[in-house]
Design a protein around this ligand. Structure first.
Ligand SMILES: CC(C)(COP(=O)(O)OP(=O)(O)OC[C@H]1O[C@@H](n2cnc3c(N)ncnc32)[C@H](O)[C@@H]1OP(=O)(O)O)[C@@H](O)C(=O)NCCC(=O)NCCS
Length: 145
């Protein structure tokens, strides 16, 4: 089954389609103060079924990843993360910081929870988000590169 999906670099005009998948998969999509550096799309049977965006927020390299519910558990998230990690390493980053909705998933890749909020830039923390603590309970996690 893993042969049936194809990951490729997306053009900026394709980002809204990728972000639609983020939204359907429950990811918050506030792009205020966020610079998108690269996007990746995943296609299967000529249909967009997942994607990733590499971003800089408040000086931290970060990313979003989502996969359509019908295609989860086939290694697509893992493949996307490997591409994103390589991309961020290539930019000379020392670490990747994420607002993790599924911390158990990211700990598989070596991400650790940041316990001291002072280690997280102010705007990267979700304090100002209306969903925070209501229907979204992310953990800030970091992977040293
Ligand atoms: C999280 C997500 C990207 C994973 O994508 P995926 O293609 O299903 O992941 P993979 O197939 O690469 O899974 C790899 C492993 O992680 C495990 N896994 C998947 N989702 C998990 C979760 N939510 N928590 C813990 N482990 C998880 C799989 O069981 C698999 O384990 P294995 O290697 O032991 O078999 C996908 O479930 C998704 O789009 N979720 C909604 C959006 C989201 O939460 N994105 C992350 C934001 S921080």
């Amino acid at each position: 089954m893993s042969e049936t999906f194809k990951i490729r670099k997306a053009e900026p005009d394709e980002y809204p389609g990728i972000e639609k998948i983020f939204k359907v998969q429950g990811l918050e999509n506030n792009k205020s103060g966020v610079e998108i550096l690269k996007g990746y799309s995943v296609e299967a049977f000529d249909k967009l079924i997942g994607g990733a965006e590499v971003m800089v927020q408040d000086g931290e390299y970060t990313f979003s990843v989502a996969v359509d519910a019908n295609f989860k558990g086939q290694g697509i998230g893992t493949s996307l993360f490997q591409i994103v990690k390589k991309e961020i390493q290539g930019l000379g980053a020392k670490r990747i910081m994420i607002q993790a909705k599924v911390p158990a998933y990211w700990s598989k890749f070596g991400f650790l929870e940041v316990v001291d909020p002072n280690d997280v830039p102010k705007k990267f923390r979700c304090d100002d988000c209306s969903q925070y603590g209501k229907d979204c309970f992310p953990k800030i996690m970091v992977l040293d590169l």
